[in-house]
Design a protein around this ligand. Structure first.
Ligand code: PLP
Length: 438
């Protein structure tokens, strides 16, 4: 089928010059082919074969205002007129830093960097320097970027997370070429398991510098923490002298301006933010308690980066905050409403067609899984989902003009509204009927 001919041809051409043909390995997995984009506007994106799609991929999360938002573009363009980066200080850093400390409940100071991966690297380094300890606890099914110190392979679908202590011996690297030595400092635990957490933190308390967690397991099933679990994590880490890092690269600016920690009413020591923070311009930050952040000012911890806090990125960050703050944060209520209309519609269409699925939603992000269960609330169950069926669903949705991630995670932006929801649900109906063979 030649439906995606132009994209396919461009990929062939790219392969001659761009390693792997795509700029980030994950993008290669898109079926039937990685798409090449002509332009994008609002909730919509157009490929080089002249198809228009409603975009629920949203560049893997950053486009909280949709594509080419006029006021956002204007702010960034205005900043660009004065130069794009200085390698010197400027007013934008102060203004954005101040706004972030106002918005994020746990933030007394911030440090800017360019990607979520870098922010996580800095947060782990701060924790090690602050505590004088080296080990990091992280959880199965979470993703914290691709640096050697934290990247691990996603276990196979028949994986069943082992008990806490054994997990220390069971870490496989996420990629060829990864330093195995750096993995020595990792402890992997099942998430949402307070006993495993307590046992491990108590046992290794003199070695563990940080616990890093996604506040909602967005990367694997959009699974919310069990009641009391995050409170327990906070209590244990405080008592045992361990830095608590919430990786809010997805949830920050998405579950509300103050991210998940505002929504859940818990104060981590550090948070990492990125993605939606600057609406598609590279920018991330570590934010948190002055007591930890001061290590940067003291020179104990080096925080580097040629493009850190550049004026385009800070203008973008300020524009996103400005737009999302309007009318007392109405944008978040609207996005949640849009997201709920979608999830309710999708659930009922799939049910009518006899397709068993679970849709886990948290505000403007949700995960659709084809699975023979009534709920997915842990990583082991998440791994039982039918990935092949979802891949087919995503591919058929693409033919219907709806762009979704191949892994099941959907993002909604302020540009998505009722019109998009209606079009999308009609497409889901057609696809579901085809899959069900009616
Ligand atoms: N942390 C989380 C929770 C993420 O989802 C991601 C990326 O998806 C990262 C960190 C890494 O961010 P980046 O891709 O900007 O390096």
């Amino acid at each position: 089928m030649n439906r995606y001919l132009q994209s396919k041809e461009r990929l062939q051409e790219a392969r001659a010059y761009v390693a792997g043909g795509v700029a980030s390995s994950l993008r290669a997995s898109m079926k039937p082919t990685p798409l090449y984009v002509q332009k994008a506007y609002g909730a919509r994106i157009q490929d080089v074969d002249q198809h228009e799609y409603i975009d629920y991929m949203l560049a893997y999360g950053p486009l909280i205002l949709g594509h080419a938002h006029p006021a956002f573009n204007e702010q960034v363009y205005e900043a660009m007129q004065k130069g794009s980066t200085y390698g010197l200080q400027h007013e934008g850093e102060i203004r954005l830093g101040r706004r972030l400390t106002e918005i994020l409940p746990c933030a007394e100071q911030v440090a800017f960097s360019g990607s979520g991966t870098e922010a996580v690297m800095l947060s782990l380094r701060l924790a090690r320097a602050y505590t004088g300890k080296t080990k990091t606890v992280r959880f199965y099914g979470h993703y914290h970027g691709w640096s050697d110190a934290i990247f691990t392979s996603f276990p196979s679908p028949d994986f069943s997370s082992p008990g806490a202590v054994e997990a220390t011996e069971d870490i496989t690297p996420g990629t060829g070429g990864q330093s195995l030595n750096s993995l020595q400092d990792l402890i992997l635990l099942p998430w949402n398991d307070p006993e495993a957490l307590e046992e491990t933190l108590t046992r290794y308390q003199h070695e563990i510098s940080a616990v890093i967690t996604e506040p909602v397991m967005c990367n694997s099933g959009c699974i919310a923490p069990k009641p009391g679990y995050m409170e327990k994590m906070r209590e244990l880490t405080t008592r045992l002298g361990i830095v608590l890092i919430w990786d809010e690269v997805i949830t920050g600016f998405r579950l509300g301006l103050g991210g998940a920690h505002e929504r859940f009413g818990i104060q981590p020591d550090l948070v990492t933010i990125g993605k939606a923070m600057a609406g598609g311009i590279p920018l991330s930050a570590v934010a948190g308690k002055r007591d930890v952040m001061r290590l940067i000012e003291e020179g104990t911890v080096m925080h580097l980066g040629t493009l850190n806090g550049n004026s385009l990125a800070t203008a973008a960050g300020l524009a996103v905050i400005h737009e999302l703050s309007k009318a007392n944060g109405q944008a978040f209520k609207d996005m949640e409403h849009t997201s709920t209309m979608l999830t309710e519609g999708i659930r009922s269409i799939l049910k009518v067609n006899g397709l068993q699925a679970v849709v886990n939603q948290l505000g403007p992000v949700f995960h659709l899984m084809f699975i023979d269960k009534t709920e997915v609330s842990d990583f082991n169950t998440f791994n039982l989902r039918d990935t092949q069926l979802y891949t087919r669903f995503a591919e058929e949705m693409l033919h219907e003009g709806i762009l979704v991630r191949p892994n099941g995670l959907w993002y909604v932006s302020t540009a998505h509204g009722e019109k998009e929801v209606q079009e999308t649900l009609l497409a889901v109906e057609r696809v579901a009927e085809r899959i069900a063979g009616h």
